[in-house]
Design a protein around this ligand. Structure first.
Ligand code: ATP
Length: 207
C-alpha cells in the first residue's frame, strides 16, 4: 500500500510554498509521495492570466525536482474538472494506494464553494496547511462548521489511513508566504521560460 498526498492547484506557477508544504506533509502524515494535480482549468479561477497547461506542468516539474513529489496531468487525461470526480475515479485506477487531500488554509476558507464538497470530505481525509493571512477565515468558514466534529488531533496525523470519514487534520509548520499571485505580479511572463521546453509534453507523465 502506498500513502499518497494529493495537492490540487493551478500551479500558475508552481512555487517554493507548494514544495515546502508537500515536504512537511510527507513528514507529518508519513506519506510515500505527494502528487501535484495540475488543474487543466480551475472552475473557481479566472481564465485571464492563466498560463498554458504545458508551461504550468513544466514549472511544477522544475519545482518538484529531487523530491518525492510527482506533478500529474491526470485531471487532463481523465477529463475531470471537479475534484469530486477525480477522487471518485482514483480508487479503481490505483486500488493499492491510499489518498489524503492536502490544501492550504485559503482553500478551506472557500471549500464550501467547491462542487460537491461534502462528498470530497466523505471520500478522503483532508489535511489543511496553515497559510499566512488565511487561518482565521479558514477556521470561521462554512465548511469548517460542518467539519468541526471531524477534526483529528495533529499528534495522530500519521494514523490517517484508519480514520472514519469525514476527517480533517490541521498541520502547523513554519508558514510560507509565497503565492503564485505575487509571483505573477512580479513577472507576468514567467511562463515564457517554459514554453519552448521539450519537457512540456504531458503524454509521458504518470500518474
Ligand atoms: P494563486 O495565488 O494563483 O491563487 P496559489 O499560490 O494559492 O495560487 P495554487 O496552485 O492555487 O497556488 O495552490 C495549490 C494549493 O497549494 C492550494 O491548496 C493552496 O492553498 C496551497 N498553497 C499554495 N501556496 C501555499 C502556501 N504558501 N502555504 C500554504 N499552502 C499553499
Amino acid at each position: 500500500m502506498k500513502r499518497i498526498g494529493l495537492l490540487g492547484g493551478s500551479f500558475n506557477p508552481a512555487h517554493r510554498g507548494h514544495r515546502r508544504l508537500s515536504l512537511h506533509a510527507i513528514r507529518a502524515l508519513g506519506l510515500d509521495e505527494v502528487w501535484w494535480l495540475v488543474s487543466p482549468g480551475n472552475p473557481l479561477k479566472p481564465v485571464k492570466g492563466m498560463a498554458p497547461f504545458p508551461a504550468r506542468m513544466a514549472s511544477a516539474r522544475a519545482m518538484a525536482r529531487r523530491a518525492p513529489i510527482r506533478p500529474s496531468a491526470i485531471e487532463q487525461r481523465l477529463k475531470t474538472r471537479y475534484t469530486a470526480d477525480t477522487l471518485a475515479k482514483l480508487p479503481r485506477l490505483y486500488p493499492k494506494h491510499r489518498f489524503i487531500w492536502l490544501m492550504g488554509a485559503d482553500n478551506l476558507a472557500q471549500f464550501h464553494r467547491w462542487e460537491r464538497w461534502r462528498d470530497i470530505a466523505r471520500q478522503v481525509p483532508i489535511a489543511v496547511i496553515a497559510r499566512p493571512g488565511y487561518d482565521g477565515n479558514a477556521r470561521a468558514s462554512p465548511a469548517m462548521s460542518w467539519l468541526r466534529r471531524a477534526v483529528r488531533p495533529a499528534g495522530q496525523a500519521k494514523n490517517w489511513t484508519c480514520w472514519r470519514l469525514p476527517a480533517l487534520v490541521m498541520l502547523r509548520f513554519r508558514p510560507d508566504p509565497t503565492s503564485a499571485t505575487r509571483l505573477r505580479a512580479a513577472d507576468p511572463s514567467w511562463h515564457r521560460q517554459f514554453s519552448s521546453s521539450p519537457q512540456t509534453s504531458t503524454s509521458s507523465v504518470k500518474p
